[in-house]
Design a protein around this ligand. Structure first.
Ligand code: L34
Length: 297
């Protein structure tokens, strides 16, 4: 069994990005600039956004964090998005999800200029990803592909089971794994809450990507000997022995599943750090206008 070290790979990639940025700056270009909108005080979101701001520093990016209380109106958010769309200094920005219930998430996502949508959530970018055009690939799927690639996990012709059908992980990662590229070229099955015979389907899988948000869902009896397991879950579960009062648990029963695997990602330190660094990569692509040409005024 080999542990996939997302933390180490993400640190390596941040170093690579920082070098590129220093060359850009030496050439007289401006530093890439990522802005993030954070609504409310959800503990997970606070941590993830703080990690994004830290990663910006590490990569030599400028970052701007815009915070709102839970009571913010949709109009206020849309106004801020319009300002960021129009700000020539901002190369890309994100609105951290989830948003409070009174806000229409889809309306917010669609208000973002797709050329600055470094999360890759805008329908234009999702559509482009689906048909294999250059685009901002959303960060978690992008990070998962990078891990498979750096560990030389064979995906071509393999059976890949994706657990979960969310717009931000399940659907896009399934789409990418089936495409004619490496990593990819897999035979993909997407399982969800209505799937029958889920255990049997998982047992056939060479690769399982678990993105349900149900701690410990994937148990050893669901895993074929030698499978590769990618655990996307990061649920906070109460833990009185920790100072914080909680610990992170993935969607995989790691202790019992790991001995059966060829490769497995830990939680934390697996997919999470890769999500962060993939956002940095997209921001660099935006700053260098590598997906969409520079706006002409
Ligand atoms: N708009 N909303 C938007 N973009 C995103 O890309 C996200 N996501 C998901 C939730 N909402 C979003 C994230 O940023 C999930 N996610 C995310 C980002 C980072 C980490 C986990 C999820 C992460 O850093 N995980 C660390 C542990 C962090 C901790 O201590 O809680 C890890 O090692 O897994």
């Amino acid at each position: 069994m080999q542990l996939i070290d997302g933390k180490k790979i993400s640190d390596d990639i941040k170093d690579e990005i920082a070098k590129v940025v220093e060359t850009m700056v030496a050439d007289g270009q401006k530093r890439p600039h990522l802005a993030a909108i954070l609504v409310g005080h959800d503990g997970g979101s606070e941590t993830y956004v703080a990690n994004k701001v830290k990663a910006c520093e590490r990569c030599g990016f400028k970052s701007t964090l815009i915070r709102f209380e839970d009571e913010v109106t949709e109009e206020e958010l849309l106004k801020t998005i319009a300002d960021l769309n129009a700000d020539p200094d901002v190369d890309g920005f994100i609105v951290q999800l989830p948003l409070p219930r009174h806000i229409n998430e889809q309306r917010i996502i669609e208000a973002i200029d797709h050329r600055k949508d470094v999360d890759g959530f805008h329908p234009i970018n999702v559509g482009r990803m689906s048909i294999g055009l250059p685009t901002f690939v959303s960060a978690t799927p992008y990070g998962i592909l990078e891990l498979l690639s750096r560990y030389n996990v064979e995906t071509r012709g393999k059976r890949c089971v994706v657990l979960g059908r969310s717009n931000i992980v399940g659907k896009p990662v399934a789409m990418l794994m089936m495409q004619k590229h490496q990593p990819g070229d897999a035979t993909v099955t997407v399982c969800h809450s209505a799937t029958e015979n889920l255990k049997e389907i998982c047992r056939e899988a060479d690769i399982i990507i678990a993105a349900l948000g149900v701690p410990g869902f994937v148990t050893a009896d669901m895993v074929k000997e030698g499978a590769t397991i990618i655990d996307v879950g990061t649920t906070r579960v109460p833990d009185a022995t920790r100072k914080s009062g909680f610990r992170l648990r993935g969607d995989v029963d790691f202790d019992n599943v790991a001995p059966k695997c060829s490769f497995i990602t830990p939680v934390p330190g697996g997919v999470g750090p890769m999500t962060i660094v993939s956002l940095m990569r997209n921001t660099l692509l935006a700053a260098r206008h590598e997906i969409y040409p520079a706006a002409t005024k």
